[in-house]
Ligand binder design. Structure first.
Ligand SMILES: [Zn+2]
Length: 76
């Protein structure tokens, strides 16, 4: 289910390359970038996970101008 090359850079019209964008949480832990439609993210006290997350952000890199675009991937 890769959607690589389905998206193009709005500036150069180059096909975008799917990239992994991760947040370094410290202590070597990595997390996917999450988004919420609410003004503030609510996190679970014990798991530290975002409770009101709508989904994750998928990153795409333009190989020509190095612009990175994010697309929402809901329900993750
Ligand atoms: Zn570009």
């Amino acid at each position: 289910m890769t959607d690589t090359n389905e998206r193009a850079c709005p500036q150069c019209s180059q096909p975008l390359v799917a990239i992994n964008v991760v947040d370094q949480l410290g202590h070597g832990r990595l997390g996917a970038l999450t988004f919420t439609l609410d003004e503030a993210a609510k996190t679970s006290a014990w798991s530290g996970k975002v409770k009101n997350a709508e989904g994750v952000l998928k990153g795409y890199l333009c190989p020509s101008c190095d612009r990175v675009l994010f697309y929402a991937q809901r329900g993750d």
